[in-house]
Design a protein around this ligand. Sequence first.
Ligand SMILES: [Zn+2]
Ligand SMILES: [Zn+2]
Length: 387
Amino acid sequence: MSEAALPTTVACPDCGYDVPAAPYCVRCGEWLEDDLASHPTARRGFGAAPNESRFAPKLSTLFPQLPRNELDTFQLALGAGVAVVIALALGRLFPLALVAAAVLTPLLLILYLWEVDLYEDEPVHVIALTVAWGAVAGVAMGLLSKEIVDVDAGFVAERTGRTVVWLGIVLPLVGVILMLVGPLVLLPYRKFNDVLDGATFGAASAVAFVGAGLLTHSASYLGTGLRPVGDVVPWTVRVIALAVAIPVIAAGSVGGAAGSLWLKYRAPARDRNALGLLGNPAVAIPLAGALVVGAALIQLYTREWLQLALLVATSLLALLWLRHVIDVGLRQESAEIEIGPPVACANCGKATPRHTFCASCGVSLQALPKATRPGRLAPPPAGQEAF
Ligand SMILES: [Zn+2]
Ligand SMILES: [Zn+2]
């Protein structure tokens, strides 16, 4: 097959444009082949992972710009990290479990951002700035909360009116504002005008804030020796929540709220209604506050397994919100671009016309590391034809 076949086009049932006849629409990512075996729900998938539903709270939400094979590595790393946290708690090394829980999610997110190197050509590394802001604000919050309410490492001594007001409501709300303020500094810059940028900055700031806050908050406890007195089961359940559920709630809420600000102030007018009510900062910011306050109250009013179950449920809601925001971000501006020359997809390696989605695997080309995105995409491998 050496002669280049004339590209045939079809009208996409979703976006209505004439697009190359291929498994996926290059403009909107719609599945174009009538194969219900691969797409049992017959619905469009998540922009960063077309084989997954947009309504599945999966890990691809936190790491949307990784090619599939690397996502598996991150999934393994998260699983291994949680296993380490649990093992430390089961071994009664509570302070170490606490440190591991505090650093796990921030570390993975920083590794991810470093791996995809989204902002490589920035003189001041914007991600480092966002993470540093989150960490400094988190330390300040940790010190402040220790000053105001006497709490042990992650376990509230007793629930009083005062602890409920401060730990349950006031400090969480102040925290949401602090987590948002750092990313907001980047809102005016044209370079960072994607909704995806806003969501990324918000999530990075949030996990750094939560991790640094937990470490600071627990500092006095960390000084009491490696094996302080405590019950294994409540500690183990607690550190699982601290390692995963709490940072995900913060990342989803603050990432979602930041995404709404970017959508309102940076996105083209046509895209501004894409998130419905969630695209309105006047709704999204209070919602972020409500989720974080909800998580704080759950920690004050429930214990052990019930607490973990409620926190995991809340974190899934936050993750779904972030996923929705990222999906909208990945589809932004796709209508205005002309279909370009063939490039190699960094996810599946096949040739695809340069546009928004890979014609072969359906992944958003925006969902791939910026170094391989349109403009800098490598030419397709020899012998492969474009659609
Ligand atoms: Zn389409
Ligand atoms: Zn592909």
